[in-house]
Design a protein around this ligand. Structure first.
Ligand code: 15L
Length: 269
């Protein structure tokens, strides 16, 4: 690998985890964010820029070996805000990568791109059986992110790996997260696999740890080389004592997007 990985949204929650973990896997990191990243580490480059600015992203991507695109709004918001930050931002990144000849882009999609998908009666949910079914404007922006990635892979032969991330937090804090948690260590492993996989073309994979209660199939992610190390089950007893057993009829546990499918996430409310 030559050149650093451009990490957009580097000052955010997942960006901070990756800044810590990717260098240990041999990746030099160039951070891009609208705010300066705190505590720049040795060897780390930094660009302060808006990911929706094509010229700035074009400058930032020059000489990079790949892009990991995390920047954007990470939850529900107004349509103007979410469409600008997340759809325009993704287009800027893909187009800048294409123009610079950077052929691999890893996109931080979300389970909310398919949030209204119900839990199957039996077995695990495979990405190939789950077309976009967004639960919010945020989910629409992630479905659009995946669609843009597909376009750039098909039209320009780029490798674009979309990670439908579950719940990327230091530890699970709800009973839903016993199924959807993606641990910090596994965030690093998943992104590392997406960067290293030989010729993935266009891929969409779930991003969760090896959770005992997960109902999202990790076969496609494992095929990239992802080897999850963590399982949210170690937190199960404490979370169930605090919040009760998950009710399978409750939309929070029956639908991919959990609480994002509830009426309070209706942007018109
Ligand atoms: C996401 O996509 C959000 O960025 C995060 O804040 C969580 O809500 C997560 O999904 C989740 O579904 O737990």
């Amino acid at each position: 690998m030559s050149g650093p990985v451009l990490l957009t949204g580097a000052a955010g929650r997942i960006g901070t985890v990756l800044r810590g973990g990717l260098p240990e896997r041999g990746w030099a990191v160039r951070c891009l964010d609208v705010v300066p990243v705190p505590d720049t580490r040795p060897g780390e480059e930094q660009v302060v820029a808006d990911v929706t600015d094509p010229a700035a992203v074009g400058d930032a991507v020059a000489g990079a070996s790949a892009v990991v695109h995390l920047a954007g709004i990470s939850g529900e918001s107004t349509w103007p805000a979410v469409s600008h930050a997340n759809i325009q931002g993704t287009w800027c990144v893909l187009e800048a990568a294409r123009l610079a000849g950077v052929s691999r882009v890893v996109l931080a999609s979300s389970n909310h791109a398919a949030g209204f998908t119900p839990r199957p009666d039996t077995g695990l949910l495979r990405e190939t059986d789950v077309p976009p079914r967004p639960d919010t404007y945020y989910g629409v922006s992630k479905a659009a992110m995946e669609a843009l990635g597909s376009l750039y892979a098909d039209r320009y032969g780029m490798d674009v790996v979309c990670l439908r991330i579950g719940s990327a937090f230091p530890e699970p804090t709800t009973v839903r997260m016993l199924a959807t948690w993606l641990s910090p260590a596994d965030q690093v492993s998943l992104v590392d696999a997406a960067l290293r996989a030989p010729a993935p073309g266009f891929a969409v994979v779930w991003g969760v740890s090896a959770n005992t209660r997960s109902w999202w199939d990790l076969t496609a992610a494992r095929a990239l080389g992802y080897e999850p190390a963590d399982d949210a089950e170690v937190y199960a007893q404490a979370l169930i004592e605090a919040h009760g057993e998950p009710d399978p009829a409750d939309p929070v546990h029956r639908l991919v997007g959990g609480q994002y499918t509830l009426p309070e996430f209706d942007a018109e409310n």
